[in-house]
Design a protein around this ligand. Structure first.
Ligand code: B16
Ligand code: MG
Length: 218
């Protein structure tokens, strides 16, 4: 029986995936790496330094920068990203998410957050959702990022549930792979083709209700 939900943040609870993309696009332009929809999608759920590596690789530029220069580029991206985060309000919560969080809380499900983002607590604060997530996986404690199962396994552990008692919710292919490898039920939000490995798919967040989930699990 399902007893809890492990949530991704960027692209599921809020539209920050657009901000991440915008800030990375600036870095790609700066270093002269080609930007594409495929690269943009591939960066979703991927840690900050791994994201930078993917961008540099796309432009065959990995060897052109020292480690210090790479850290500087990633820091610049984060500074630009945080400027966008600073302007966020609860209006940036994606449609239906607040209602869904209330619905699952009312039904006694447990909740945790499995975001790769080191900025997750700050984003939750901006959205005024901090109280919904007393349990947050600290990405600094991870040895491997998504698609490795570690982050979703920790999300379940934090709420003292077995993976098979949890549903993971994701907008990224790497995240769905992580949920599946952890042995949880996966919900993919967004393009069905990109998220074809998800057990349950919703085109957008407003479709995510307990009734719709039960329909798809039956
Ligand atoms: P930061 P999620 C991920 O968050 C984002 O999707 C990804 O684009 C970002 O690079 C990563 O967090 C790290 O974020 O630079 O803020 O630590 O989708 O796992 O909630
Ligand atoms: Mg995401």
């Amino acid at each position: 029986d399902i007893k809890g939900f492990v949530f991704d943040l960027d692209g599921v609870i809020t539209d920050t995936s657009v901000f991440h993309s915008q800030a990375w696009h600036q870095v790609a332009d700066k270093v002269g790496a080609p930007w594409s929809k495929k690269l943009e999608d591939g960066l979703k759920g991927i840690s900050r330094m791994d994201s930078l590596e993917m961008i540099l690789k796309a432009g065959n530029l990995s060897d052109k920068y020292t480690d210090d220069q790479k850290v500087a580029l990633a820091t610049e991206k984060n500074t630009n990203y945080l400027k966008l985060v600073d302007q966020m309000t609860p209006d940036n919560i994606l449609p239906g998410i607040k209602a869904f969080l209330d619905e699952i809380k009312d039904h006694g499900y447990l909740l945790s957050l499995a975001s790769a983002s080191k900025n997750a607590p700050k984003v939750l604060e901006k959205l005024q959702l901090t109280d919904y997530f007393p349990k947050i996986v600290d990405p600094k404690t991870l040895s491997k990022g998504k698609p490795d199962p570690e982050i979703y396994l920790k999300g379940a552990e934090l709420i003292k549930l077995k993976p098979e008692q949890c549903i993971g919710v994701e907008d990224a292919a790497a995240g769905v792979a992580s949920i599946n490898a952890a042995g949880e039920t996966s919900i993919g939000i967004g393009d069905k083709q990109t998220l074809k490995d998800a057990d349950i798919n919703f085109e957008n967040t407003s479709e995510m209700t307990l009734a719709n989930i039960q329909k798809q699990m039956a």
